[in-house]
Design a protein around this ligand. Structure first.
Ligand code: GRF
Length: 192
């Protein structure tokens, strides 16, 4: 029986779509149970395009309700994938699912990470630091921010004329290869 994945997203959903395409191409042996978003975002259009159920659980003033609904949707999922999910997962949620939550971060962890470091801010920090290389990391989620064990990384060269936008595109191309590969490897190695 193939495994089940729940995807959490807040953005355009390009990584989400790459995961769907990898499943459809037989490169990931799993099914997506549903998408959870924390705000209106492009990822829900992708869910509609592929007929995947989605739920918008806004960062509400009722964190317990949010936790319960999210936990219910993720219950029995083999893997929870944060594909550009901007909300910080609560400690309670992480404790429930620790060891089966993956996140993608657009830098070579542990560099350029932590609270408030997401999207363009990460790439700007890479340029400000004069890095000659950057990349993306897939890591297990723990109760810290971007601190869990790194499972895979891919690097890109930072050119002297690099801009935030050009770096974002380069890194994202790597993400689209690395994320599906890492998900498949993770599921294969997972104990039943
Ligand atoms: C990715 O670059 C990822 O590294 C970061 O958020 C972005 C999401 O992009 N965590 P998309 O919504 O998958 O296009």
């Amino acid at each position: 029986m193939s495994k089940t994945i729940v995807v959490l997203a807040s953005g355009t959903g390009s990584n989400f779509e790459c995961i769907i395409k990898a499943i459809n191409a037989g490169k990931i042996d799993a099914q997506i149970r549903c998408l959870i978003v924390d705000r209106p975002c492009g990822a829900t259009k992708i869910a509609k395009k592929y007929g995947i159920s989605y739920y918008e659980l806004a960062i509400s003033n009722n964190p317990m309700l949010n936790l319960h609904v999210k936990a219910m949707l993720c219950h029995e999922a083999h893997l929870i994938v944060c594909a550009g999910y901007l909300s910080i997962l609560s400690t309670d949620f992480v404790h429930l699912f620790q060891g089966r939550i993956l996140n993608i971060h657009p830098s070579l962890l542990p560099k350029h990470a932590g609270r408030g470091m997401y999207g363009a801010r990460v790439h700007q920090a890479v340029l400000d630091a004069g890095e000659v290389e950057s990349g993306c990391s897939i890591h297990l989620v723990d109760t810290g921010i971007d601190t869990g064990t790194v499972l895979a990384q891919a690097t890109v060269a930072v050119s002297p004329i690099e801009t935030v936008e050009s770096l974002r595109k380069k890194v994202q191309m790597k993400e689209h290869e690395l994320f599906p590969q890492t998900i498949q490897k993770f599921l294969q190695q997972q104990k039943p």
